[in-house]
Design a protein around this ligand. Sequence first.
Ligand code: HEM
Length: 186
Amino acid sequence: MPNGLTGYRRTARLFHWGVALLVLLMIPAGLVMTTKGLDRTVQDTLFLFHKNVGVLLFFLVLGRLIYRLRHAPPPLPASLPAWQRRAADLSHKGLYALLLLMPVFGYVRVRAGRFPIEALDAFGIGTLLPKSDMLANTAKALHYAGALALIALLGLHIAAALQHALIRRDGVWSRMWPPLGTGREG
Ligand code: HEM
């Protein structure tokens, strides 16, 4: 067991729950802001939130990934079957990939369409892309497909976590909960 840890370290937990909170706000914001007939002020506010928090999320997930690569996760309980370890590993890699790709697709969709990203504009970080309807539309389609994949994978991730927390009670849930835990409890 690395350094006697039974759960994730506090930094890993804060990254996890911080990213989880933002993603769970980003998805409904994205779905609502693209619905037809929405009040213009509400739509503009949601777009402002979605674009700027989405950029922040990209750097947060990148930081989280770098932290994860430098700090080995705590071991899973020995009772967990091999196929579940493999499924967990694959789904976690899929989540990291989608959480890095979604902001990139969103960025390309917005910048190739010559729309503002207010926080980057305020820092004088101009657009890194040429104006291109084809690029913007491709990124829009990829962002949409990525959103569907992310929603499906998150559904699976949350269902598995709840199953460990409420039914199996095998210690998997307490590796990441509570958010301020140190990983040395138990
Ligand atoms: C993890 C980060 C992100 C998630 C989970 C996410 C999720 C979503 C979802 C669920 C939608 C609605 C489905 C759709 O129409 O595609 C959406 C739409 C959209 N997102 Fe994101 N998004 C993220 C990051 C970003 C970023 C960083 C930007 C821009 C800087 C962005 C720009 C947009 C735009 C412009 C739309 C509307 C697409 C259109 O109809 O033109 N998103 N997003």
